[in-house]
Write a protein that binds this ligand. Structure first.
Ligand SMILES: [Zn+2]
Length: 413
């Protein structure tokens, strides 16, 4: 064999015998789980961004076939304690809200509700510490081809697929940009307005008063008011087995780059380098104005090269030939039309701030003790007459629910 041919052999992906492929399909009832490659990069201005990377968590202890991955970003404000507390406790609080003994399908179906319970439980626990900081959370669970994203605040997660369509998997909970949230906060007793500087001039984005927070949802922010809720927007999608790339980042990135710009600037590069490049690109266009954190996660078909394919060159060339029309503008018109693409199946999406709409009304009564399990904190409590409507909540979580809906004064007071 010539040297050239040897080189060619080395760079080609190894061929998998058909028998092995069929065996895999039989074992997993589907195609082989994808490979997950990831990279992270950050530049600190205030040092309030934190992240969590758990690439190999097991659903069933000691069974590697039940592995899933978790990636999260926490962008703290008014201090770092809420971001650190969420980083350390949120995952466990979410997992403890998933019923024991689920198979994979049941586990994935239970996940959106468990994410809501875990976020609220973490917020209640943090509140009890009596500290005043807050944090955004963008929390991503990847199990096989299924991606579940839960978020409060304005750190985003975007999905870039092989077709070149970039979509947003989160919603920005910013008072300035979210009319629905503005109405909810006002209806629950919050005041929304801009900062007043001398002379009565209003400046800056819409904020919630007292406190002056620009966000309508977060974990923490006890001092601002209970209408700043920790109930996450949750979206669950299933990728086709072509895979895709996730870019999870704090607002330091998104204030500088559109979703398409972030996706395009790092296409064709491995995840580690891609994360660095996104941060660099944001810095180049806006300077270091805020903490800037980026996690890139590639979901790649098993046996494929580590770097996702880039079919985009041609498209870039074409659009750059049209005068005055920029590529990312043409994609921005329908940023959320995932199903139209045909490579992504939408399984679940819900963003309501009402706990009753998020947790359902299942009654998990323990016939031995006569107690029920609280849908938020998973604690056991004896039922009383008051608990007949809505999700089953212990008295502590029930007080929290009322407070978030503006039916009760601040718990902190
Ligand atoms: Zn409870």
């Amino acid at each position: 064999m010539s040297e050239k041919e040897t080189m060619k052999m080395k760079t080609m992906p190894p061929l998998v015998p058909l028998g092995t492929l069929i065996g895999r399909e039989l074992r997993h009832g589907n195609v082989e789980k994808p490979t997950i490659n990831y990279g992270q990069a950050a530049l600190a201005k205030k040092g309030e961004d934190y992240f969590l990377i758990k690439p190999d968590f097991l659903r069933v202890p000691e069974d590697p076939s039940t592995s899933f991955s978790v990636f999260a970003i926490f962008d703290g404000h008014n201090g770092i304690s809420a971001a650190i507390f969420a980083k350390e406790n949120l995952l466990n609080n979410i997992l403890s809200a998933i019923p024991q003994g689920c198979d994979r399908e049941e586990w994935l179906q239970a996940l959106p509700r468990a994410l809501v319970a875990g976020f609220v439980k973490t917020d209640i626990e943090f509140q009890q510490k009596g500290e005043t900081s807050g944090t955004t959370v963008t929390f991503v669970v990847i199990d096989g081809w299924t991606i579940t994203v839960a978020s409060v605040g304005d750190s985003r997660c975007i999905l870039d697929t092989q077709t070149g369509v970039v979509s947003l998997l989160t919603v920005d909970h910013r008072l300035e940009e979210n009319v629905e949230e503005r109405e909810r906060v006002t209806a629950s007793g919050g005041e929304v307005g801009r900062l007043n500087i001398f002379g009565g001039n209003e400046v800056g984005p819409l904020r919630c008063w007292p406190g002056g927070l620009c966000l309508s949802r977060s974990i923490g922010d006890t001092d601002v008011g209970e209408f700043i809720v920790p109930i996450p927007h949750v979206k669950q999608v299933k990728l086709s087995n072509c895979g895709g790339r996730l870019i999870i980042a704090s607002d330091g990135i998104w204030d500088a780059l559109s979703s398409d710009m972030a996706a395009q600037c790092c296409r064709g590069l491995p995840a580690e380098l891609a994360a660095k490049l996104v941060v660099k690109e944001a810095l180049r266009s806006r300077g270091l104005k805020d903490d800037t954190t980026c996690v890139v996660v590639d979901i790649i078909p098993y046996g494929y090269p580590a770097i996702p394919q880039t079919p985009k060159k041609k498209q870039n060339l074409l659009t750059s030939l049209i005068p005055g029309k920029r590529f990312h503008n043409s994609l921005n018109k329908e940023p959320n039309k995932l199903s139209a693409v045909g490579t992504v199946e939408e399984l679940f999406e819900e963003g309501s701030a009402m706990l009753a709409e998020r947790l359902g009304k299942d009654l998990a009564l323990n016939s031995n003790s006569g107690t029920f399990r609280c849908a938020v904190c998973q604690g056991n409590e004896a039922p009383n007459d008051e608990l007949s409507a809505g999700p089953m909540l212990c008295s502590k979580c029930s007080r929290k629910k009322d407070a978030m809906e503006g039916k009760r004064a601040n718990l902190g007071h």
